[in-house]
Design a protein around this ligand. Structure first.
Ligand SMILES: Cc1ncc(COP(=O)(O)O)c(C=O)c1O
Length: 463
């Protein structure tokens, strides 16, 4: 071997050693791993069976008109298909032609396709020994990691100030609504605090306040009817402000200017332009309308005042000693995906869905003089950096003809089921139609509305 060849071999050996060292460091630090939190990968053992069960049930197609779940009823050894409205048969392939479009409930299943697209990042495997304790290791009931992700999402969406604010988790926002009434109402005043909301309002405010029947608070109805009253100066008032509003999608402000509970269930870019971060004393949000996971039952309150925070926390502690740790883990997985790429993939998907539904809906109603829907006003959205129309979760339909004073009945006669205006302390001339249900539900709703408007115009238009 001559000197030059030896020299070349030496260089090659050194390069090879260097490459091996670099590769080892790369692998040791978890390089190339998309999810950089878990760099050590043991072979799958006990989770394999759970993963196989989950994938087997997810592979049941139910003809694209239903879904089977791990906890669905079992028939002939298999989970049964749970069919979308108006579909039936063992595989959900049979559509009942005369079936009514049910647009009554605010069940937010419209985002299911997004979560199916993100199946790998949102699946959760919960071991039999996952967090069996009542508490986290720091003796709290709330996951700090989850709290951080919620704060991050608010900062990404630009819809709420969270810095220096307290946070409390609840079983859905429904539980936090009553916790907030408890926390804000006076325990010492001679008469109960008056709980109000401006009509049309979400009926649970009244139903809960009446149901929990306390000496400290009483539901007093429409805040608008107290606005001009002289009593309000000395009154102890707790006002629900729903913004955007359920049922009509309006961005609302307090009417009476006293103590307020801002219900921001729909204050996310898919439903409304976000003009700026809300900075109210007590704000309540819910996973149900943000990501569509109503079944997970998770909500949170953002609170400025420490005393109010401690009262809300006490309520949650006495009601259920904190929120399920399984739920908190699942919410964490979901919000990590919502936070990806500064929220763009998630909010764009959700907003595009809602925008498309509104475009199709307004096109149908534009042909009608008998029925109208709420006016939508463009606003600048700091999230999408554009001026855009709201795309509310509900259409607030008005029957314009004098004789149609029960709008729900008029629609029902044409196979459309909505929620009567009376439910929202408004006139029966109004009906709320839900736009956040499954694609099947929306398609049928649109078909029935098209038939309704075509009938008004004297011809039956085929879809
Ligand atoms: C305005 C408003 N607040 C709260 C809720 C309740 O949400 P959750 O599922 O978090 O209890 C709803 C549900 O429809 C709602 O419309």
């Amino acid at each position: 071997m001559n000197k030059l060849t030896k020299y070349c071999y030496g260089i090659c050996l050194l390069i090879s050693i260097a490459i091996n060292i670099l590769l080892s460091i790369y692998l040791f630090l978890g390089g190339g791993e998309k999810n950089d939190e878990i760099s050590y990968r043991p072979p799958l053992t006990w989770s394999k069976k759970a993963a196989m069960e989950a994938e087997a049930v997810a592979a049941i197609s139910c003809s694209g008109h239903g879904r089977a779940f791990l906890d669905s009823s079992i028939s002939n050894g298999h989970p049964v298909c749970e069919c979308n409205g108006c579909y039936g048969g063992t595989d959900c392939s049979e559509l009942s032609p005369e079936c009514a479009a049910d647009a009554n409930s605010g069940d937010p299943v419209y985002l299911e396709p997004f979560w199916i697209q993100n199946a790998a990042d949102t699946a959760v495997v919960i071991s039999g020994w996952h967090r069996m304790s009542y508490d986290y290791v720091d003796n709290t009931m709330m996951s700090i990691e989850l709290e951080n992700h919620i704060r991050q999402l608010h900062s990404v969406a630009g819809n709420a100030v969270t810095e220096g604010r307290y946070m409390v988790f609840g079983v859905g926002s429904s539980q936090l609504l009553s916790a907030a009434v408890y926390a804000l109402s006076s325990e010492t005043a001679s008469s109960p605090s008056k709980v109000l909301a401006s009509a049309p309002f979400y009926s649970i405010y009244k139903d809960q306040t009446v149901f929990f029947n306390s000496e400290n608070f009483q539901f007093e109805g429409d805040a608008n009817s107290w606005e001009s009253s002289d009593f309000t100066n000395n009154m102890d008032v707790v006002e629900f402000v729903t913004s955007p509003n359920n049922p009509d999608g309006e961005l609302k402000k307090s009417v009476l200017g006293g103590k307020t509970i801002y219900d921001h269930a729909y204050y996310w870019p898919e439903f409304t332009p976000i003009p700026g971060p809300s900075d109210e004393d007590l704000m309540i949000f819910t996973l149900s309308k943000l990501t569509g996971h109503a079944g997970t039952r998770f909500g949170w309150a953002i609170i400025k005042d420490k005393n109010v925070y401690e009262k809300v926390l006490k309520y949650i502690y006495l009601a259920d000693m904190g929120i399920s740790k399984d739920t908190q883990l699942r919410v964490l997985k979901i919000l990590k995906v919502a936070n990806q790429e500064d929220g763009k993939p998630f909010f764009e998907f959700a907003y595009n869905k809602m925008r498309e539904r509104w475009e199709r809906l307004t096109s149908v109603f534009s042909k009608s003089t008998r029925f109208s829907i709420q006016q939508r006003h463009p606003l600048h959205c700091n999230f999408f950096h554009e001026t855009r129309l709201p795309s509310p979760a509900y259409a607030w339909v008005k029957c314009e003809r004098e004789e149609d004073d029960d709008c729900g009945a008029v629609l029902k006669a044409r196979k459309i089921i909505g929620s009567s205006g009376i439910t929202f302390s408004a006139e029966a001339r109004y009906t709320r139609l839900s736009l956040i249900k499954s694609q099947d539900d929306f398609e049928l709703l649109l078909q029935r509305l098209t038939e309704l408007v075509s009938h008004e115009n004297g011809c039956i238009e085929k879809m």
